[in-house]
Design a protein around this ligand. Structure first.
Ligand SMILES: Nc1ncnc2c1ncn2[C@@H]1O[C@H](COP(=O)(O)OP(=O)(O)OP(=O)(O)O)[C@@H](O)[C@H]1O
Length: 311
C-alpha cells in the first residue's frame, strides 16, 4: 500500500542561513499514529509546517496520498488537518462559528451534523454558543482540534498537543486520537513528552538537530528497552558474589555495597521474590532498595546526546 505521506530528501535552510532540516526521508503509513520526538529546536515544527504548506522546503518534496504538496497544493492540503502549537482563534467568535468557518475555508459544503459530532466528541457541545474569549485554555485547545477536524481530513497533525494541558485533558486527547485512528485517520504528533509517545504511538521517529536519527516500531523499541534494574544496597559489603546466586542476573558494584539485579520487565515473573528469599537465606541484609525501568527516555537521551556531538 502506498504510504499516506512520502517525505523525500526534504531540507530547510532559513533565510538567516540556519539549516533547520538536513535531508529528511520518511514515509508515514496509512492509519498509523506516528510520534515525532525531539528536543526543543530539533526541527519538528519546521517539518510539519513544510508538509502543511506553511513553510517552503529548500530541497526535496513531499507527497500526501500521492499528491505533491506544492504542485497539487489545494488537493493535498484538503487531506490534512493541523493543530498548531499556538492557539489562533478569533476571541469574539463562538465555538460553533469558529469551527464551521474553518470547514468553509476548505471549500466543503456546510454539514451541521458533522460539526455537531466533532463538538460532541471533544466535549464542546455545551460550549457551542460560548465566545472563544470565555473559554479556558484547555477548552480553547479542544476548539483548535475541532477546527482541524472540521473538513474531515484523513491526516491529522498535532504539534505538541498536550504541552501545558492538565492530566485530564491529556487523557481525553489520547482517547480522541485513538478514536480517530479507529476511523482510519492517520495521526502524526510531535512531542517532547516521552510518556506521550510511549502511550500513543505505533511508530516513533526521533529527530535531533534537523536529522531523523531513528524510526522504529514502538513495540520494538520497548522490547529492546524492556529491561528493569533492581538496586539492592547491602548492610555489609560482600567480597564476591556468592556462588549460590549464580542463577540470577546479578552484578556486584560500589565496592561490594550494592547488588544490581537486571530482569525482563515484560516477563510475568520478575524473580524478585525468589532473589530476596535467597538473600535472606544467605544472611545478606539490605539497607535499601530501588528499582529503575530503562525506558524510551533513556534511549532518547542517549540518542540526542551522542558524545561526538557534545564536543
Ligand atoms: N523563521 C525562522 N528563521 C530562522 N530560524 C528558524 C525559523 N523558524 C525556526 N527556526 C529555527 O529552526 C530550528 C528548528 O525549529 P523548530 O520550530 O522546527 O523546532 P521544534 O523541534 O519544533 O522545536 P520546539 O519543540 O521548541 O517547538 C530552531 O533552531 C529554530 O530557532
Amino acid at each position: 500500500m502506498q504510504p499516506i505521506i512520502q517525505i523525500q530528501g526534504v531540507g530547510k535552510t532559513y533565510d538567516s542561513g540556519f539549516s533547520a532540516l538536513k535531508s529528511i526521508d520518511l514515509e508515514i503509513r496509512r492509519g498509523e499514529i506516528f510520534a515525532l520526538l525531539g528536543p526543543n529546536g530539533a526541527g519538528k515544527t519546521t517539518l510539519i509546517s513544510i508538509i502543511c504548506g506553511i513553510v517552503n522546503a529548500s530541497a526535496g518534496r513531499v507527497l500526501a496520498d500521492g499528491m505533491d504538496i506544492v504542485q497539487d497544493y489545494r488537493q493535498a492540503r484538503s487531506l490534512i488537518g493541523l493543530v498548531p502549537q499556538e492557539l489562533t482563534t478569533d476571541a469574539f467568535e463562538t465555538v460553533w462559528d469558529t469551527v464551521s468557518f474553518s470547514r468553509g475555508l476548505f471549500g466543503k459544503p456546510a454539514d451541521p451534523a458533522y460539526i455537531e459530532k466533532v463538538l460532541r466528541q471533544l466535549s464542546l457541545w455545551d460550549k457551542r454558543n460560548a465566545k472563544m474569549l470565555a473559554l479556558s485554555g484547555g477548552m480553547k485547545r479542544r476548539v483548535m482540534i475541532a477546527k482541524a477536524l472540521s473538513h474531515e481530513p484523513s491526516i491529522l497533525f498535532l504539534d505538541e498537543p498536550t504541552a501545558g494541558v492538565d492530566v485530564e485533558l491529556r487523557r481525553d486527547m489520547w482517547e480522541m486520537v485513538r478514536g480517530l485512528r479507529e476511523n482510519g485517520v492517520t495521526v502524526i504528533l510531535t512531542t517532547h513528552y516521552i510518556e506521550e509517545a510511549e502511550e500513543m504511538a505505533d511508530r516513533i521517529g526521533v529527530i535531533n538537530r534537523g536529522e531523523l536519527i531513528l524510526v522504529e516500531e514502538k513495540e520494538m523499541l520497548m522490547q529492546q528497552l524492556g529491561q528493569k534494574q533492581l538496586y539492592l544496597m547491602l548492610q555489609t559489603p560482600l567480597d564476591a558474589l556468592p556462588a549460590s546466586l549464580g542463577q540470577y542476573n546479578l552484578s556486584l558494584n560500589d565496592e561490594g555495597t550494592q547488588l544490581t539485579y537486571t530482569f525482563d520487565a515484560h516477563h510475568e515473573t520478575s524473580g524478585i521474590a525468589e532473589l530476596l528469599r535467597s538473600l535472606s537465606e544467605l544472611g545478606i541484609d539490605l539497607k535499601d532498595l530501588q528499582s529503575k525501568q530503562s525506558s524510551l527516555e533513556e534511549i532518547f537521551v542517549s540518542l540526542v546526546h551522542r558524545p561526538e556531538e557534545s564536543a
